[in-house]
Design a protein around this ligand. Structure first.
Ligand code: COA
Length: 166
């Protein structure tokens, strides 16, 4: 199985929606509109399953994705991370997080965060609860979320720029 990680393209958006949607039900990933995905596209990455039929031009089935949302020169967040169930546990999630962190390095962003229920996974990707100098991230939520089933996972208007769930 040949899996390539590459930058996302506009033509990937329908495939991204198809990949992300099943995980929205479980409350792990926020639903994304076509427009939101378009806005994240400059720092969005996809894992593509290439077969002998679709060749090696990165045009195969989208089986993973992750975006780096850059809030400021100091802070970015890994968002919309998902790996198709059929290929989970093969290191694709870690590769996707790694390209997001590398993008942050290239853009000279100081810190990358993840707001997640998969904290053990992120710890395996090198994330931790604290920063050098014994600094910790603390949060306060300023309004109710719309998703009563998953009160810690916010489903807010697409125009918001504040950090939300991945
Ligand atoms: C979380 C997710 C992205 C991980 O992707 P993946 O490709 O299966 O992960 P990897 O194979 O790269 O795993 C890397 C390591 O993390 C571990 N790991 C993976 N998922 C984990 C989880 N949910 N909890 C704890 N550890 C996990 C793996 O066992 C592996 O450990 P190892 O290096 O000791 O073998 C994937 O399970 C997924 O898409 N889940 C549903 C959506 C979701 O929860 N997204 C995250 C929102 S922030």
């Amino acid at each position: 199985m040949n899996i390539t990680i590459r930058a996302a393209r506009t033509s990937d958006i329908p495939g991204l929606i198809a990949l992300i949607d099943p995980f929205v039900e479980g409350g792990n990933v926020l639903r994304r509109t076509y427009q939101e995905l378009g806005e994240l596209l400059p720092n969005f990455f996809v894992a593509v399953l290439e077969t002998s039929q679709n060749g090696t031009d990165g045009m195969g089935e989208i089986v993973g994705c992750a975006a780096l949302e850059i809030y400021s020169p100091k802070l970015a967040e890994v968002r919309s991370l998902a790996v198709a169930s059929k290929i989970q546990g093969q290191g694709i999630g870690r590769r996707l997080v790694s390209v997001c962190v590398e993008r942050a390095r290239i853009k000279n962003v100081l810190e990358v965060m993840a707001i997640t229920t998969s904290d053990e996974f992120f710890m395996k990707c090198g994330f931790d609860y604290s920063l050098p100098g014994a600094k910790r991230a603390l949060f306060v939520q300023t309004r109710e979320t719309k998703d009563a089933m998953h009160p810690t996972l916010e489903q807010s208007a697409p125009t918001d720029t504040a950090p939300r769930s991945p």
